[in-house]
Ligand binder design. Structure first.
Ligand code: MEV
Length: 419
């Protein structure tokens, strides 16, 4: 059904998606001004970014058409291609859990405060639950309280950590409300003042994992070249683990896919970015988030990704943005943890596409193709002319809008002569 999807016109692609999901009415999905005006302060206009789909994903044996919102030309093409090569990607998810902090500063007797908190732990946890009735009703809400003494060069602090199950929401509002409701009791109990109460975007438990095993022959029609590519991908992955300059860019490639899916589904990509990069640094050394190894005996390239992706499928922008709603429906309304797993799979595929390109042709070749297409559109090529002009631009010794205009004129002249 999706064969040659990228070669179709926009209208044809919409028709295919309509046929694929007749229950989803694809157009129009514009964000109404009245909704936007209530989303942010000082609203003026909507800023539009293209939404496309990667059509070749299979995750845990289920096919997915993945919505991606992104301005970078090569991202969806790369994800699409990688999805096809990688085949079935297996994913798992850790625990649906976020953490909030109440931080007490200037603590004179940390041991005494810790003891007071430990003694009243169950009462405090019950208070936290009472402050989150809706989450508790849905089977989530406060899970546990733990306490820690931390000291810096200038101060002693006591940190109260609240772990919280946000169910299918991101949970930022819910946990912040809960922390703010709990803080006065803690202040009264300890006689200390809370410096702040806030959700942390860090997690070591709400972690998505995805793995893939690719038969080496899928990397190139020539077996020897395919083996070289697999070895080079494994080397590129190894190198990223010893060089922060490379690891940062390696991870940027992963986030190309994850952020695009975050945006399409109305999720807070800043939270995801913060969480992911902190996780990449958890050993004290910033590390790549994927690992590729080549098993020469079985001739499989094996890829793994592991990262926390704090996303939601209800609440905030998600519930009011028509395109975010549409995107979630296209994914068959996943739970928040399933969405985080899909994102891990997309991140793994995006990284595979980037690294494979880097160790073979380089990324400019693919980029140039897409740049040619965007130049063709810029100079006013019609839908029927875009493909031909793109081909001609790629064959030209240089690419610029002047050359694109000249080539377009040539195409038009030839066409009228033929008539
Ligand atoms: C470009 O947006 C992303 C890459 O630089 C990622 C990488 O280098 O792995 C191609």
């Amino acid at each position: 059904m999706f064969r040659g999807f990228y070669k179709k016109t926009t209208a044809q692609r919409r028709a295919i998606i309509d046929e694929f999901r007749p229950d989803l009415h694809i157009m129009p999905k514009a964000l109404p001004e009245t909704v936007a005006d209530n989303m942010i302060e000082n609203y003026l206009m909507n800023y539009e970014i293209p939404l496309g789909v990667a059509v070749n994903f299979t995750i845990n044996d289920k096919p997915y058409v993945v919505p991606m919102t992104v301005e970078e030309p090569s991202v969806i093409a790369a994800a699409n291609n990688a999805g096809k090569i990688l085949g079935n990607i297996k994913t798992t998810y850790g625990q649906r859990e976020i953490t909030g902090q109440i931080i007490l500063s200037g603590v004179k007797n940390p041991e005494t405060v810790l003891q007071q908190l430990e003694t009243h732990k169950s009462t405090l946890l019950q208070q936290a639950k009472d402050a989150s009735p809706n989450m508790v009703k849905r089977g989530g809400g406060p899970i546990a309280l733990t306490f820690e003494h931390k000291s810096s060069q200038i101060e002693h602090y006591i940190v109260i950590y609240l772990t919280f199950n946000p169910c299918d929401a991101m949970g930022a509002n819910a946990i912040n409300t809960c922390l703010e409701a709990l803080a006065p009791s803690i202040e009264e109990l300890t006689g200390e003042i809370a410096l702040m109460k806030i959700l942390s975007n860090y997690s070591e438990v709400a972690v998505s994992k995805a793995t893939t095993s690719v038969p080496v022959q899928k990397l190139h029609p020539n077996l020897e070249q395919a083996q070289n590519i697999a070895e080079s991908i494994a080397l590129a992955s190894d190198y990223a683990s010893i060089d922060v300059y490379r690891a940062t860019t390696h991870n940027k490639g992963i986030m190309n896919g994850i952020d695009a899916l975050c945006l399409a589904t109305g999720n807070d990509w800043r939270a995801v970015e913060a969480s992911v990069h902190a996780y990449a640094s958890r050993t004290g050394n910033y590390q790549p988030l994927t690992k590729w190894t080549y098993d020469k005996e079985s001739e499989y390239l094996i890829g793994e990704i592991e990262l926390p992706i704090p996303v939601a499928v209800v609440g905030g922008t998600i519930s009011v943005h028509p395109a975010a709603q549409w995107s979630l429906e296209l994914l068959n309304n996943p739970s928040a943890s399933e969405l985080a797993e899909i994102m891990a799979a997309v991140g793994l595929a995006q990284n595979f596409a980037a690294v494979k390109a880097l160790v073979t042709d380089g990324i400019q070749k693919g980029h140039m193709g897409l740049q040619a297409r965007s130049l063709a559109m810029q100079v006013g090529a019609t839908e029927g002319e875009v493909i031909l002009l793109t081909e001609k631009l790629q064959e030209a010794p240089q690419m610029s809008s002047t050359i694109a205009q000249e080539l377009l004129q040539e195409i038009r002249d030839n066409h009228s002569e033929e008539k």
